[in-house]
Each structure stands twice: as structure tokens, then as C-alpha cells.
Design a protein around this ligand. Structure first.
Ligand code: SF4
Length: 354
């Protein structure tokens, strides 16, 4: 273990076996190691943005076992927003100084390709200053399959219609066996990585997530991080890594043992250590709880996502995020926890130190 600690302190990259062994370290040693990396890069800055999540439809052709958002199974309330509804949401959000809309949906085979693409063009035309982060790699794969297009064609359509960056969703856990069990039929790991590679090759940026705390084991998380690290070496297009804590309500995985806070913090710290080529590690308060996200700042996380305003996907599974977080409260929480709230844009340019 000594040699692993020495390597981390000397900024040497850890391999798979060493990554798995990090979990044997105690919580505070891991925190110290991760915090040293965080503070070297970002000092006490904690980044966030003023954003609005929009989830335009919950009708889905896929059946991921961990999902409580898609309609038709546990959730009988199907909805699909009209473009007018979405534009109204964006207009109201802009009036509150929102700078990014984060648009992700279920895989709705009934709307047509234009419903997905035209809304981006409409938003861009009416609100050119707003950054559009939209379509996970899972959605790109769905659209390609549904409309018989290549990934390149879908990506070109996204860019033509005004999508600025891609969110990191749909990665779940890359290990093929676990993936087959929790979300068979959805974008494969290889396809997910391929789509982000193509996006990055066009000079665009994206994020990457990992859903953990369900049926995966620790070594699956390390494998997931290393696959991302390898792609990042090649393209450099990822901004942040976002470990998402599995939410246990209203879904078919029926995991009995929820992760301990210690395990969540350890995973946050290990992400910071393993992903040496990712600029940012995000503590997504929606899935970890606000309190734990704040504590995560001392375990390697330098980004707390944003105000969000409204969120349907994780709140359907029990997260307390349905109504986002008021800006003043968000800023006060970061300050009171001893960090400097730095508002950023979607590509991490600093806009304002609060
Ligand atoms: S996670 Fe996404 S793709 Fe899977 S069932 Fe839910 S909405 Fe559909």
C-alpha cells in the first residue's frame, strides 16, 4: 500500500489492480490524497453553473432495470412536451439568468426525428446566448437505430441544429455483464465511447458519468474509470467525470443495501486519483444529497453542477431534486462549507466569483 500512496503523491498514474486496492485505504487517507490533487489544480474554488434541466419526454422504448423515470411500468404518467412548452420554459429560465439548458429525454419512438432536432434549432434561434447541452450517447444511439442513420449523421444533425455540448449520461457501468443485467438493449459500452470519440473529434466537449451503488462491484468502477481515462488520453474532450449514486425507489433492480456515505466519498476520491487527465470531478448533489456533495469538496470534487431548477429523472427514483436549488442558497452553502463559489459556463470558463 505504501508504494501506491507514494505513486499518488508523485503524480504517477495507477493501473487497474492499484485502483482496486485504493478502496482498502481508510477514508481519511484517501481524502487527503484526493484533496491534495484537487487543491493543486483548483485551490478552494468550487465550480457551478446556473442551469435548467429539461426532460421533454418520459416515453421510452428501452427498459433499464434501474430507471424510475420512463413511463409505462412503475410510472403510468406518460408525457411528451410540445416545442412551445419547451420554448416557454427556456424563455422563463433565461429571465432568471440561466445560461445552460440541459436537455435529455427517454427514447420515444413516437415523436419522429424532427421533434428531437428542431427544438434545438428553435432554442438556438430565439436564445442564441444560451448553451445547449443535449442528447446523451444513449439517445444518439437510439436515434441512429430508429432512423437508420450513422452516428456521424446524428452528430452532424446535432451540430447543425445548435447543440453545443453533450452530457455524460447513459454510461452507467461499462462492464458488459453488469450492463447486460441492468440495461440490456441500450447503447453498449463500446458504442458509448465511440459516440463521444466522434463528438470530440469535431472539437466538441462532453462529460462522462458512472452509475454506481447498485449491483456492480468495486473493480467494475475502476474498469469504468480506466476506459474513460484511455479515451481521454486520445481525445482530451471530457470536461468532467460525474459519479452518480444509484437511487433505489420505484425501479426493478430492488437493491437492498444502499451505499454508505463512506463508500460514496471513497469513490469520489478514487475518481479524482484515477482520472488524472480529467480536469473536473463533479459531486452531483441530485444523487448524492446536498450535504454529501458539500463534504465531497474535501474528497476531490471541485464542481457541484448547478441550480438545475427542475429535475425529473432522479427525483422519480427518490432523489430530492425535483425543484432544484435557489441560487442564493447554493452560493451560501458553498461559502459556509469553506469553499469559493465560482460560477462557470458550460465549458468551464469562469464567469463570476460569488
Ligand atoms: S434510463 Fe433512459 S433509456 Fe433506460 S429506461 Fe430510463 S429513460 Fe429509457
Amino acid at each position: 500500500m505504501e508504494s501506491i500512496i507514494r505513486k499518488v503523491k508523485n503524480n504517477e498514474r495507477l493501473g487497474y489492480e492499484e485502483g482496486v486496492r485504493l478502496y482498502d485505504l481508510d477514508l481519511f487517507t484517501l481524502g487527503e490524497l484526493a484533496n491534495e490533487i484537487r487543491e493543486k489544480r483548483w485551490g478552494k474554488k468550487s465550480f457551478f453553473n446556473i442551469n435548467r434541466h429539461i426532460n421533454p419526454t418520459n416515453v421510452c422504448k428501452d427498459v433499464c432495470k434501474f430507471c424510475a423515470f420512463s413511463a409505462g411500468r412503475k410510472n403510468p404518467n406518460q408525457y411528451t412536451m410540445s416545442h412551445e412548452e419547451i420554448l416557454k420554459i427556456v424563455e422563463e429560465a433565461r429571465a432568471r439568468d440561466v445560461k445552460e439548458v440541459h436537455i435529455v429525454s427517454a427514447h420515444n419512438p413516437e415523436t419522429g426525428l424532427a421533434w428531437y432536432m428542431d427544438i434545438f434549432a428553435k432554442i438556438k434561434k430565439q436564445f442564441p446566448e444560451i448553451h445547449i447541452k443535449a442528447l446523451t450517447a444513449a439517445e444518439v444511439n437510439f436515434l441512429a437505430e430508429e432512423y437508420n442513420l450513422s452516428y456521424d449523421e446524428v452528430i452532424d444533425l446535432m451540430i447543425e441544429n445548435g447543440v453545443d455540448s453533450m452530457p455524460g449520461g447513459g454510461a452507467e457501468i461499462f462492464d458488459e455483464k453488469v450492463r447486460d443485467y441492468i440495461c440490456k438493449g441500450k447503447v453498449s459500452s463500446e458504442q458509448w465511447l465511440k459516440i463521444h470519440r466522434l463528438w470530440h473529434k469535431r472539437g466538441r466537449q462532453s462529460n462522462a458519468t458512472m452509475l454506481f451503488g447498485h449491483v456492480e462491484e468495486k473493480h467494475h468502477r475502476i474498469d469504468h474509470m480506466i476506459r474513460l481515462r484511455t479515451l481521454q488520453d486520445e481525445t482530451g474532450g471530457f470536461n468532467s467525470f460525474i459519479p452518480l449514486v444509484y437511487q433505489r425507489e420505484n425501479n426493478y433492480l430492488k437493491v437492498k443495501n444502499f451505499l454508505s456515505s463512506q463508500e460514496i466519498l471513497k469513490t469520489m476520491a478514487i475518481s479524482r486519483i484515477m482520472l488524472d487527465n480529467f480536469p473536473h470531478i463533479k459531486a452531483y448533489w441530485v444523487t448524492s444529497t446536498v450535504n454529501l456533495a458539500l463534504v465531497s469538496q474535501a474528497w476531490g470534487a471541485d464542481d457541484l453542477d448547478g441550480t438545475i431548477e427542475r429535475e425529473s429523472i432522479n427525483s422519480a427514483a427518490g432523489a430530492k431534486s425535483a425543484h432544484g436549488m435557489p441560487l442564493s442558497e447554493f452560493v451560501a452553502l458553498i461559502k459556509n462549507s469553506g469553499y469559493i463559489p465560482v460560477e462557470r459556463d458550460s465549458l468551464y470558463h469562469e464567469l463570476k466569483v460569488w
